[in-house]
Design a protein around this ligand. Sequence first.
Ligand code: NAG
Ligand code: NAG
Ligand code: NAG
Length: 492
Amino acid sequence: MAVPHLSLLTFALLFIQLSSSSGGKILVFPLDGSHWVNMKILVEELHAKGHKLEIRVQDKPSSFWSHAWSRFQIQRVLVNQFYQFHKRMSEMVVQMFEDENLMRSLHDAKYDVVLTDPGIGGGAILAHRLQVPLVFNVRWTIQGEAHLLIAPSPLAYIPFTATELTDRMTFTQRIKNVISYTIGMYTLSYMTEPHYKPVVRRYFGPDVDYLTFFVDADIWLMRNDFVFEFPRPTMPNIVYMGGFQCKPPKPLPEDLEEFVQSSGDHGVIVMTLGTLVGKLPQDIAEEIAAAFAQLPQKVIWRYMGHRPASLGNNTLMVSWLPQNDLLGHPKTRVFVTHGGTNGIQEAIYHGVPVVGLPLFFDQPDNLSRIRAKGGAVIVDIAMLDRHIFADALMTVLYNSSYKENMQMLSRLHRDQPMKPLDQAVFWIEYVIRHKGARHLQTHANKMSWFVYNSIDVIAALVTVVLLITFTCISIVRLLWRMIFVGKRVKQE
Ligand SMILES: *[C@@H]1O[C@H](CO)[C@@H](O)[C@H](O)[C@H]1NC(C)=O
Ligand SMILES: *[C@@H]1O[C@H](CO)[C@@H](O)[C@H](O)[C@H]1NC(C)=O
Ligand SMILES: *[C@@H]1O[C@H](CO)[C@@H](O)[C@H](O)[C@H]1NC(C)=O
């Protein structure tokens, strides 16, 4: 195996020592970038509860932006990026396992639990190596949407990722769903299998399937819930913590509050496309700015690119905005988002209707779920011009059904016996207290496909039925012949 770059292996070890000794010892193996944002919230809460955490920081997946606007090209760039990412990750795992001192120190630390995001392979493999219970903070595994790996997922009503389908599909949509699933699963295994399989074979033996490392997790803290997701089968070790990052708003900085108040009854529009996409091609930015300039609302737009010439005096361009506090502000009327991490959950939490500009990953799906629930209008960024965008904004601003639907989702989301974050922390502590949660794991993971689908049972039963039928026919034939032959003998 090639020697990985050293820069990859700058394991910045971060010890957070705590005076309280009541808590457990948790090894956190996070994904960087936007996923770290999620992990950080959990980590901070666990820290506050007196747990001792050790965090393994790795390199950032490089952020990028390409001017290739077609979905297909974006998809291709992404597949390549992920391929490289998993390659580096598997090399890092090898490097880690080969470092005897590091492995010994990790063993000796006697962790109670490993907390990781299975969007990368490293954490689950490390937990298995250390024989430590495993908790996932998850939406994606390296093998796609997390449910697909452990819960029954009939394709008749479970739309595959990025198809933008709902749970009500026509015949042609179901064809699309099955084809997307087949191609999608193939692509995913193309990106991950060549990298993780050899590593697992090398350290755990030839009979070990690398996927079992993932399905073996004790608890799946799913960044999702059924206010957002379509109803589907689940498993007892899946804990839904969608919206765990949402909090009541804090007061805005003074200048921002002043700007928001200046909007009067028209209110404000908040727009951000996340951290991965700081800039848009200039022509698209111009169209967006021009659409905003037509409106009587005030606009707060997080944007790092060149200032568009068509920017109206109602639009404030900022390089950062307090998203949660703004969405919770009573003057906020619409949220323009790409549908990425946290944005949608925060919009649901605060009941703010959405204009979606999805870019890639699962963002189109995220938004199409909100659209299906009547809380969003989606604009295809490849088709976007000032009229289309302004139309979408006005629809959401002036047709009250969008706001009503989002507020309904908000009420449903908030009506839970336990806050999602408390629920997540409870289950991590539960795993620490009971040294895992094996009893919640389905045995289905350990079955071969023909046992799982009862192919062997059906085959056996069909054989029995055939045998009985055959025997009956033979007996009847025999009897008939005896009678017939007997008669003939008598007659003679
Ligand atoms: C903002 O622009 C509009 C029209 O472009 C103009 O009527 C208005 O006076 C301007 N407001 C300020 C404060 O400059
Ligand atoms: C939407 O997509 C992003 C990735 O692009 C994901 O991290 C996030 O969890 C999704 N949002 C929801 C509400 O599931
Ligand atoms: C508002 O939008 C909903 C959903 O798209 C639509 O059914 C309804 O007719 C619209 N209402 C008005 C007044 O346009």
